[in-house]
Every structure is written in structure tokens, then in C-alpha cells.
Design a binder for this molecule. Structure first.
Ligand code: GTP
Ligand code: MG
Length: 220
């Protein structure tokens, strides 16, 4: 299993003026998010170990984690019209701590999600199943917003983490779609052609997933 941090967010950033009043609480909160990522990542590593003993294969191909950058946090709070402070970021942003779990097969996604959610220190905040209900552009993935407790010196703190589950094929599509579209202004006349092509690719990825699963079932 490959475990890596995506993006550059563990780098110490220069704080923008908006946070000057709250630099310390903000730093502290970001440390809690980092701890929450570690907690949830460990849970998946443990599950991967256990399931590989039971079924003789690893259901997880890779885990990627990221902490949202201060610039992105500030931008998102502004966009949503909330004041820039630690309280609003904790209350209104659900994706500051993020994990992406890439699985071998669709069924592994649901099994892992179920195993995670039945743990008695995990709270489910929100679930979006873009596998059962893909987005109009073809995006597929299972998103869970969970809360995990972080045990501090004198208290227990519940921290939100976004977990995205994808198969290799879903991840392939989403990564390239993001790369092709990110920060690009696409001409109106090209837009519908590109959207159509990407939707077709998403369908092919889904067909691949289903075909691979049926080969697995056949072998079993
Ligand atoms: P954000 O405010 O962007 O976090 O979105 P949201 O609150 O509507 O949540 P949603 O669960 O729909 O999406 C959250 C994350 O899923 C995004 O930040 C992306 O990482 C991923 N995602 C959602 N839609 C797409 C998509 O169409 N393409 C790609 N490549 N990734 C997507
Ligand atoms: Mg997001």
C-alpha cells in the first residue's frame, strides 16, 4: 500500500493579515487536523492488514492525505461569506483534513466504509455517494465526512475529516479530469465537446471497474 501526502500543505505558510489575531489558535487547530489525519490513516492501515489476512489480498491500493492550505481555507470562508476565524473554519469547512483511499474494487469501497463507520469512535457527519449517483460530468467516488476524537492533555476534541473512496479507475479519471480542467479557461465552443469526451471516458472507466469485478467473481 502506498501512503503519501498530496499537495504541498504541510509546508509552514506565511499567514495572511486576516489571521493575525488568531495565529496561535489557528496553528493549534491545524495541528489537531494533522492528528486526525494520522488517526484515520492508521485505522485504514489496520483494516488493510486485517482484511488482507482474511481474504488474502489488500483491498487498499494507496492512501493519500492532505491538509488544506491556509490560503485555500481563507478563500473558501470568504467565498461562503463567513468571517475569517478558527470558529468558522471548524464549523463550516468539512474538508480541511482530507484522505483519499484508493481501492481495488467497488465492493472494497463499501466494505471499508462500513468497517470504518461501525467503529465506536467514529461519527458520520455526511455521506455523498457519487458512485450510486455519479455527478453529471461523470465523477464517481464515495465521500464521507466523519468526526474522529483527538485525545489532548485534558480534553477530547472531535475533529472533522473528509474521506474520499475511489477505485483505481475512478481515481485515474478524476486525477486527469482535474489536470485537464484546473485553472483553465475553456472556450465555449470547445466546452460541450470536452464535457462529452470526459463523460465518455468516465463511462469507460466504470465499464473497466465492472469488468475487473466480474473477472474476480469468476475466479472466486
Ligand atoms: P468543495 O467545496 O469543492 O470541497 O465541494 P463540495 O463541498 O461540493 O463537496 P463534494 O463532496 O462534491 O466535493 C469535494 C471534493 O471531491 C472536491 O474538492 C474534489 O476533490 C472532489 N471532486 C468533486 N467533484 C469533482 C469533479 O467533478 N472532478 C474531480 N476531479 N474531483 C471532484
Ligand atoms: Mg474540497
Amino acid at each position: 500500500m502506498v501512503i503519501e501526502q498530496f499537495k504541498d500543505e504541510f509546508i509552514d505558510e506565511v499567514m495572511s493579515d486576516e489571521w493575525q489575531e488568531e495565529i496561535l489558535p489557528h496553528k493549534q487547530m491545524m495541528a489537531y487536523y494533522r492528528c486526525a489525519i494520522m488517526e484515520v490513516e492508521t485505522k485504514f492501515r489496520v483494516l488493510n492488514e486485517e482484511l488482507s489476512l482474511c481474504y488474502d489480498r489488500n483491498p487498499i491500493e494507496s492512501i493519500h492525505s492532505r491538509l488544506k492550505s491556509n490560503a485555500s481555507i481563507t478563500k473558501k470562508l470568504k467565498l461562503k461569506g463567513y468571517p475569517i476565524n478558527v470558529e468558522t473554519m471548524e464549523k463550516y469547512l468539512y474538508d480541511i483534513a482530507g484522505l483519499r483511499v484508493v481501492c481495488s474494487f467497488k465492493l472494497d469501497i463499501y466494505h471499508l466504509a462500513q468497517c470504518l463507520l461501525q467503529q465506536d469512535d467514529i461519527r458520520l457527519v455526511k455521506k455523498k455517494d457519487y458512485i450510486q449517483n455519479p455527478k453529471a460530468n461523470g465523477y464517481r467516488s464515495l465521500h464521507l465526512i466523519i468526526e474522529v476524537p483527538i485525545f489532548l492533555e485534558n480534553e477530547k476534541k472531535w475533529v472533522k475529516v473528509e474521506v474520499q473512496f475511489r477505485t483505481l479507475a475512478m481515481d485515474f479519471w478524476a486525477s486527469l479530469e482535474h489536470k485537464l480542467r484546473y485553472k483553465k479557461v475553456i472556450d465555449d465552443d470547445k466546452e460541450s465537446y470536452i464535457a462529452h469526451q470526459l463523460l465518455g471516458c468516465a463511462q469507460m472507466c466504470n465499464d473497466l471497474d465492472d469488468k475487473m469485478s466480474s473477472i474476480k467473481e469468476y475466479l472466486e
